[in-house]
Design a protein around this ligand. Structure first.
Ligand SMILES: [Zn+2]
Length: 123
């Protein structure tokens, strides 16, 4: 594999940033407002005053979506960890794109790419 000086520099930068990412919490943090079941509640008035916002932490556990409500202190403590996870995903995507560019530049131009149908059968 041939790696150019700028590609090597990009790899070094990504590696350094990956090393500096702190704790990373999986899932997403979102704020939800909702209507309750009481017919006379302010959330059913015109204009409606919805309940919330409530912070929710949603993530997948064993292919199931699990949602947990977070308090204000938890939101303050966890928000940087969600940001770290987002940064981590972006860096991994960047490293993969860089690696793909290096590998594709390395491939012999005389070899056509394997069609998708054949590739699927081969794996
Ligand atoms: Zn209500």
């Amino acid at each position: 594999m041939k790696i150019s000086a700028s590609q090597a520099a990009a790899r070094e930068r990504i590696a350094a940033e990956l090393a500096s990412v702190g704790l990373a919490l999986p899932g997403t943090l979102s704020l939800q407002r909702y209507r309750c079941g009481k017919p006379t509640c302010r959330c059913r008035a015109d204009p409606p005053q919805l309940h919330g916002p409530y912070a929710q932490w949603t993530r997948k556990i064993d292919r199931r979506t699990v949602t947990r409500r977070l308090g204000a202190a938890e939101v303050a403590a966890y928000r940087p960890l969600f940001d770290n996870a987002r940064r981590l995903r972006a860096l991994v995507a960047e490293l993969q794109a860089l690696t793909l560019a290096i590998v594709e530049a390395d491939e012999a131009p005389t070899q056509p790419p394997i069609p998708a149908t054949r590739r699927r059968r081969a794996s």
